[in-house]
Design a protein around this ligand. Structure first.
Ligand SMILES: [Zn+2]
Length: 509
């Protein structure tokens, strides 16, 4: 079965079946209705968006004896014999890019049409013409005989000389929107008795990148085996990765699930999926997440900036990619960096994967460690609530503003304090909320230093966690609970990770 069959079979034959080019079609129909035909048109736009089909339908309408609302009637002698009409001359510049063919056109241009009102020349992929062919064409476009219409089509308008463009009425064909592609695919699938899931239709529309021809070709290719077309079948047949798999991949970063991430990349490698489409999909997915974060203020483990950096890194790597580098390795290495940005945590988890024996002990250690970290923060929050007062909050805010203004806090501590929000304060404690847990952890690791700078005991929690703590506090106060000081554990329990950061950058001048 030829995979182009569906595309041929469902090629639009009237204006109504051209999908997604409403403005262009409306204007062309109006020009037929008003009998205002130009001598040259140029249709530009991505492949498979209906340029050639539109050119043929328009040509038919121009010569039609009884056009209906600007559309060809389909019944008159011109419409019926359109394909054999000697007045319609089609040329594909991609295969005939020579000056001789154009010369022949020009010679014949002067001869009046045999049957119809107009001789119509449709030149596809016109940007492929050689310079001398363009010059020859230009001569005709400068003084076209009144019975001639040129319809030029191109996927690469930038390569068409401005001298040609300036003599044409230009129409830009748009990529067809995914919902329109899905709607059309669904109609064809029903007529052809092809079983296809809704998810798979969306995936085909995505892969077609706005082109109806590609969408139908993919549907055709997938329907060969007569099985129901599913996401799995698409992944297997097209060697691509479904949008859902990409979402799972990025979710694994968001959930800090390194082993899932590594397994997925391994699977891509084994299946030798097309890395260009992989990288494109990763970037699409990440940028829509980044936009969502910016737009809705959604709190996620990775910030807008993280996602933005990741996109820039991936793009940079792939513009420089050379044939000797395994592309999956690059994707893997760049993205691994976004699993808990602190090296020690990445190392720890990678070690878990490679050294099984050690792993159980490590997991237990890690759990204890994080529980203690958590305990320590909880104790400080509790102790702050014991004597929390509005005046301490105001004083604290003012002090931090002044320190920042006078440039007395520097480096990472400064960045952290600018981003953090002082939410509750007592005579002894200051509690801050951060955009996310990741930032809060970063700040808590510097907390000893920040304590010294601010002269109080500090702790940082995510905004989400703070909202929970606040609710809890209000509830407790209403119920008459009295907060009591809990003794903090000995000094060394408070993390002092100064060696990870450059201590010199955090100082009071
Ligand atoms: Zn007709």
């Amino acid at each position: 079965m030829n995979y182009r069959v569906l595309y041929r079979k469902y090629r639009p034959t009237d204006f109504d079946s051209i999908v997604g080019q409403d403005y262009t079609i409306k204007t062309l129909r109006n020009s037929i209705v008003n009998n205002s035909i130009s001598h040259a048109y140029i249709f530009s736009g991505p492949r498979g968006t209906g340029k050639t089909s539109t050119a043929k339908i328009f040509a038919k309408a121009i010569n039609c004896l009884n056009p209906i609302d600007g559309s060809p009637c389909g019944k008159c002698s011109f419409c019926v014999n359109f394909n054999e009409n000697p007045d319609i001359i089609e040329m594909d510049a991609a295969s005939n890019n020579g000056v001789d063919e154009i010369r022949e056109i020009i010679d014949n241009v002067k001869i009046a049409p045999t049957n119809g009102k107009y001789k119509i020349y449709i030149i596809d992929e016109v940007h492929m013409l050689t310079t001398s062919a363009f010059n020859a064409l230009l001569l005709t476009l400068e003084e076209p005989p009144s019975h001639v219409v040129f319809i030029l089509a191109t996927t690469n308008i930038e390569s068409v000389p401005i001298t040609i463009l300036s003599r044409c009425q230009r129409f830009d064909f748009q990529k067809i929107k995914e919902d329109k592609l899905v709607e059309n695919l669904k109609g064809v699938a029903e007529k052809e008795n092809i079983k296809v899931t809704e998810e798979a239709l969306l995936e085909i529309a995505y892969l077609a990148e706005g082109g109806m021809r590609d969408a139908l070709s993919i549907l055709d290719q997938l329907s060969k085996n007569k099985e129901t077309i599913t996401l799995e079948l698409i992944e297997k047949e097209i060697k691509t990765i479904s949008t859902k798999s990409i979402n799972d991949l990025i979710d694994s970063i968001e959930n800090n699930d390194i082993s899932n991430f590594l397994n997925m990349v391994e699977d891509f490698k084994t299946r030798a999926v097309d890395y260009k489409s992989l990288i494109k999909k990763i970037i699409d997915n990440i940028s829509s997440r980044a936009k969502k974060i910016k737009n809705s203020g959604l709190v996620t483990r990775l910030s807008f900036q993280d996602y933005k950096n990741l996109i820039l890194e991936l793009t940079e790597a792939f513009t420089k990619i050379n044939i000797n580098v395994n592309p999956y390795t690059i994707i893997e290495m760049i993205m691994l960096d976004y699993f808990e940005t602190q090296t020690k945590k990445v190392n720890k988890v990678t070690k878990l994967v490679s050294e099984e024996k050690e792993s159980s002990k490590e997991i237990v250690d890690k759990k204890i460690e994080s529980k203690e970290e958590n305990d320590w923060v909880k104790i400080r929050i509790n102790n702050c609530f014991v004597n929390a007062q509005k005046k301490y909050l105001n004083e604290g805010k003012e002090m931090i503003d002044n320190l920042l203004k006078d440039n007395k806090i520097k480096g990472k501590a400064k960045a952290l304090l600018i981003d953090a929000n002082l939410v509750v304060a007592s005579d002894e404690y200051l509690i801050f909320s951060c955009l996310n847990e990741h930032q809060a952890n970063n700040a808590n690791e510097l907390c000893k230093k920040i304590d010294d700078i601010l002269g109080k005991k500090t702790a940082f929690i995510s905004e989400e966690e703070w909202n929970r703590e606040k609710e809890e506090y209000i509830k407790n106060i209403k119920n008459g609970k009295k907060y009591e000081l809990i003794k903090e554990k000995e000094e060394e329990k408070v993390p002092v990770l100064t060696e990870v950061f450059d201590v010199n950058k955090v100082e009071i001048v």
